[in-house]
Ligand binder design. Structure first.
Ligand SMILES: Nc1ncnc2c1ncn2[C@@H]1O[C@H](COP(=O)(O)OP(=O)(O)O)[C@@H](O)[C@H]1O
Ligand SMILES: [Mg+2]
Length: 478
C-alpha cells in the first residue's frame, strides 16, 4: 500500500513540473480545439470571470492564453482589467492576448498592460503553437536569469554595479586600498559614484564598525565650515553656548569623507593641511591639541591641476590628500554599465513603489546606450524613478525615460560598420544578461557556442568581464 501512495505522489510531482498553460475563454468549442493543440502541456481552462484569479493562485500557470475576442466593447474592458489583475498577482506570468482578426487596437492595449504577445484569430495550430512555445521559452530564460543573479549574489542594494573594464579595474583598486590607511582622492564627474566608492572603502576597511562621516564642503557656507569641521569651545564666539565637537573629531577612529574638496576656502585649506600632516586638531577657541585617528578620503569633480595653476588650491595639500588617486570614468565611457544599472534600478524601484514594471523596451535600451548621461548614474536613477512612477505600462520606453529613441537617427558609415556595431552591441547585451555564461548568451543570441566564440574573437570582447564579479559586492567588511 505504501508504495502505491508513493508512486501516486511521484506522478503528481512530475506533473507539477510540466509546463502549465491556462486557457481563458468562454467559447467551449474554442477551448476544446486549443486543448487538443496543446495536449502535451499541463492545460487548464477557465471562463473569463472573477474566478480566474483564484485559478491563477492555485495553478500558477507559466503562460496564459487569453481570448479577448468579444463583440461587446464593455466585455473587452473587463478583460483588460482582469489581465492587469493577473499580472499584479503573478507578474512573471506570460500572457498571450488572443483577438479577432481586426482586434489590433485591443491587442496593442493588452501588450501595453504587460501581455507578452498577441495572436489574431483564426486559429492556425502551427503558428499559435510557436507563439505559445516562445512565451514558455521567455519564462524559462527569465527564471534562469533570476537564478544566476541570486547565485552570484553580487547585485546587492548598496553594491556597486558594473561590467565595464574601467569599473572592474576600479573595484580591484578599491579592494587593495581599503585595508590601508592611505589618504585617497576620488576624482570624477558629478553622479559617477564617488561617494558610493568612498563608503565602500570604509566598509572594506578595519574601521568599518567605526563612524563614516561625510561633509560636503560645497554645501556649507565658508563662515560655518570651520566650526563644522573643527568644533568649538564654550564661549569661542557669540552663541557658542557649550563645547561642540566638529565632524573631524566625531569621525575619529573611523573615516572622514571630504566631498567637493575643491570648493574649500584657502584659509581652511591651510588648517586642513595640518590635520592631514599631524593628525591633530584644535577646536575653535581652544588651547588643547586633540589627537585624531582618522582615515581621510577626499573627492571632487573639479580639475584640481587647473585649480592649482589658477591659485585656487594649495599644491602641498593636493600632494598630501592624493596618496592614492582614483579616477571614476563618466557613465558614457563605461560600456555596458548603464544598461546593467538601469535594469537593477528598475527592479529595485518597481519593488519600492509597488509597481509591476518588468522590463525595458528595445527603444529604451537603445536610448540608454547612446545618451551622453551628463548627470551620470544620478541622472539614470532619476529618469528610472520617474518612469516607474509615471509609466502606466509594464514596459518602460525611451519616452518614459524622457529620452529620444536614437534608433532611426543613428548614422553609420556604411553597411559593414553598421553590422559590426549592432553585432558588438547585441553580443555585449547578451553577455550582460547572461552574466558571462556563454551557453546562455549563445542561446539568447540564437547562435551556437562556436559562433559566439568567433564573435568574441572577431570583436575582441572578453566574456570574463561579464562574469560573476561583474557586480562588485562591498557588503562584507572582512
Ligand atoms: N556603480 C553603481 N552602481 C549602483 N549605483 C550607483 C553606482 N554609481 C553610482 N550609483 C548611485 O548613483 C547615485 C550618485 O552616486 P554618488 O556616489 O552620490 O555620486 P557622486 O558622489 O560622484 O556625485 C547614488 O545614489 C549612488 O548610489
Ligand atoms: Mg557626491
Amino acid at each position: 500500500m505504501t508504495s502505491t501512495i508513493e508512486a501516486t505522489q511521484g506522478a503528481a510531482g512530475e506533473a507539477g513540473e510540466r509546463r502549465r498553460l491556462l486557457i481563458l475563454a468562454n467559447d467551449l468549442d474554442l477551448r476544446g480545439e486549443l486543448e487538443k493543440i496543446f495536449s502535451d502541456l499541463d492545460v487548464r481552462c477557465s471562463d473569463i470571470s472573477e474566478q480566474v484569479l483564484a485559478v491563477v493562485r492555485r495553478n500558477e500557470p507559466d503562460v496564459v492564453l487569453f481570448d479577448l475576442a468579444s463583440s461587446e466593447a464593455s466585455m473587452a474592458l473587463q478583460c483588460l482589467d482582469l489581465l492587469r489583475e493577473i499580472l499584479n498577482l503573478a507578474p512573471d506570468t506570460k500572457i498571450i492576448a488572443m483577438t479577432e482578426e481586426d482586434g489590433r487596437d485591443l491587442a496593442v492595449q493588452a501588450v501595453g498592460l504587460g501581455a507578452t504577445d498577441f495572436y489574431h484569430k483564426p486559429i492556425n495550430a502551427a503558428v499559435l503553437s510557436i507563439v505559445v512555445r516562445r512565451a514558455f521559452r521567455i519564462r524559462e530564460l527569465e527564471e534562469e536569469n533570476g537564478r544566476l543573479r541570486e547565485q552570484s549574489g553580487s547585485m546587492t542594494i548598496d553594491g556597486i554595479i558594473g561590467v565595464s573594464d574601467a569599473m572592474r579595474a576600479l573595484c580591484r583598486s578599491i579592494e587593495k586600498v581599503a585595508p590601508t590607511r592611505a589618504t585617497v582622492l576620488i576624482l570624477g564627474e558629478s553622479g559617477t559614484g564617488k561617494e558610493l566608492l568612498a563608503r565602500a572603502l570604509h566598509r572594506l576597511s578595519e574601521r568599518s564598525h567605526q563612524p563614516f562621516v561625510a561633509i560636503n564642503c560645497a554645501a556649507i557656507p565658508d563662515a560655518l565650515l570651520e566650526s563644522e569641521l573643527f568644533g568649538y569651545e564654550k564661549g569661542a564666539f557669540t552663541g557658542a553656548a557649550k563645547r561642540t565637537l566638529g565632524k573631524l573629531e566625531l569621525a575619529s577612529g573611523g573615516t572622514v569623507f571630504l566631498d567637493e574638496i575643491g570648493e574649500m576656502p584657502a584659509s581652511l585649506q591651510a588648517k586642513l593641511l595640518r590635520v592631514v600632516q599631524e593628525r591633530t586638531i584644535e577646536r575653535i577657541g581652544g588651547r588643547v591639541t586633540v589627537p585624531l585617528d582618522l582615515r581621510i578620503i577626499c573627492a571632487t569633480n573639479r580639475d584640481l591641476d587647473a585649480l592649482i595653476a589658477a591659485g585656487g588650491f594649495r599644491e602641498d595639500l593636493y600632494y598630501r590628500i592624493s596618496e592614492v588617486t582614483i579616477r571614476v570614468p563618466p557613465l558614457r565611457e563605461r560600456q555596458g554599465d548603464g544598461l546593467l544599472i538601469a535594469q537593477f534600478l528598475l527592479q529595485q524601484m518597481a519593488e519600492r513603489f509597488g509597481k509591476p514594471t518588468r522590463g525595458l523596451a528595445p527603444d529604451a535600451i537603445r536610448a540608454i546606450q547612446t545618451h551622453r548621461w551628463p548627470g551620470n548614474v544620478r541622472e539614470l536613477e532619476n529618469r528610472i524613478k520617474g518612469a516607474v512612477i509615471l509609466a502606466d505600462t509594464a514596459v518602460v520606453t525611451a519616452s518614459d525615460l524622457g529620452l529620444q529613441d536614437p534608433g532611426e537617427n543613428t548614422q553609420y558609415l556604411n553597411l559593414r560598420v553598421a553590422r559590426q556595431r549592432v553585432e558588438v552591441q547585441a553580443v555585449r547585451q547578451a553577455l550582460a544578461v547572461a552574466r558571462g555564461n556563454l551557453s546562455r548568451a549563445a542561446e539568447l543570441l540564437g547562435v551556437t557556442r562556436p559562433t559566439l566564440y568567433d564573435l568574441l574573437e572577431k570583436h575582441q570582447i572578453s566574456a570574463a568581464q561579464f562574469g560573476k564579479a561583474a557586480g562588485f559586492a562591498s557588503g562584507n567588511g572582512s
